[in-house]
Design a protein around this ligand. Structure first.
Ligand SMILES: C[S@@+](CC[C@H](N)C(=O)[O-])C[C@H]1O[C@@H](n2cnc3c(N)ncnc32)[C@H](O)[C@@H]1O
Length: 323
């Protein structure tokens, strides 16, 4: 759907920024900073939902971030930012952590989740499916979504990433039907008492959410590793708190897909951090509302990660359909 002309970001100077350390009600607040510093400025237990996707340490060519730390250092850093996130997460809050692997580094998401198990509990494991083939009643294959084909005698194309749903005690009530789907066999509506007569069932933990088809990466998705805004939308809906009273945080906001998802659900208060001013500016431009965008304290960029030779493709979809 064509977007209306984006509103320019509302700039703030350093003085204003101090007054708006974190978003008030009805505000979308983007700040250029290390998320550890950003989260340290937030009050404890102040965020309902964190939806985020950190760098995966797979050598992705971010413009300001070197995505190739030694593994132990990366896991240590992961523990530090998850600890900071735990501090700001309300007791009944949800942290949705999107992370994928690469064929040559398949253990990464599992190592990450094990490294943080003392901090937050794994309440649900969701699978973000980017591309899938199902068969219709006649057995005809039906393919949907996008993928980057891997030409390899060893590896099959990876069409999936994890979304780990982390909570303090694994006891947060979620709204399964907020992302529910209708029953295929309508007789189930009457058969199961828990339906309450509604034609809506739990979707399950395989979420098929393809990237939108784009024609120009530079213009429409100027970032090497995004998730679709609908992924964030689903997570916030599943968490289930009333949108108008929900504060959403993305500590690695990139070009703002979590903010777009939050706005689509009706969330009024969103906070996003990124170390890269160009990503944040793009994020602010993509939003249908005016965001406060504080670029006054950008940290110096690290050297770009060198491109790995022969590495299987990164996580983003190609610009044209490949399925
Ligand atoms: C996987 S991307 C997130 C993309 C985002 N989900 C989107 O759809 O646009 C990770 C982001 O983390 C940012 N980043 C890396 N280190 C950071 C840090 N210490 N604090 C804040 N942002 C950081 C990178 O600049 C990058 O934009």
């Amino acid at each position: 759907m064509p977007r209306s002309k984006p509103k320019p970001p509302k700039p703030v100077d350093a003085t204003d920024a101090d007054d708006t350390k974190f978003a008030g009600a009805g505000e979308i607040f983007l700040k250029c900073c290390d998320c550890l510093d950003g989260m340290a400025e937030l009050p404890p237990s102040s965020v309902d939902v964190i939806v985020t996707s950190p760098p995966y340490n797979l050598g992705i060519a971010y413009s300001r971030y070197a995505d190739n730390l030694p593994r132990a250092e990366y896991l240590d850093w992961t523990v530090r930012w998850i600890r900071a996130a735990r501090r700001v997460l309300k007791p009944d809050g949800s942290l949705f952590l999107n992370i994928g692997a690469s064929p040559t580094d398949p253990y990464l998401p599992h190592e990450v989740i094990l490294a943080v198990r003392e901090l937050l509990m794994l309440q649900n494991t969701l699978h973000w499916i980017k591309s899938i083939t199902v068969h219709d009643a006649s057995g005809e294959p039906l393919s949907a979504g996008h993928f980057k084909p891997i030409n390899s005698p060893r590896f099959i194309t990876d069409c999936h990433e994890f979304v780990f749903h982390l909570t303090h005690q694994a006891d947060v009530k979620v709204n399964r039907r907020a992302v529910g789907v209708p029953y295929t066999h309508k007789s189930n509506i009457g058969r199961w008492k828990h339906t309450g007569g509604e034609d809506l069932r739990c979707r399950g933990n395989n979420w098929f959410i393809p990237y939108e088809t784009i024609s120009s990466r530079d213009r429409e998705r100027p970032h090497p590793a995004t998730f679709p805004s609908r992924l964030a939308e689903h997570c916030i809906r599943l968490h289930g708190s009333p949108p108008g009273k929900t504060t959403v945080l993305d500590p690695f906001v990139g070009i703002g897909n979590a903010a777009l998802g939050a706005l689509a659900v009706g969330v009024k208060r969103f906070i996003g951090f990124d170390i890269d001013p160009s990503y944040l500016t793009t994020a602010a431009e993509r939003l249908p509302v005016t965001a406060i965008c504080d670029l006054s304290k950008c940290p110096p960029g690290k050297p770009r990660a060198p491109k790995k030779r022969g590495r299987p493709p990164g996580r983003n979809s190609p610009t044209k359909k490949s399925s």
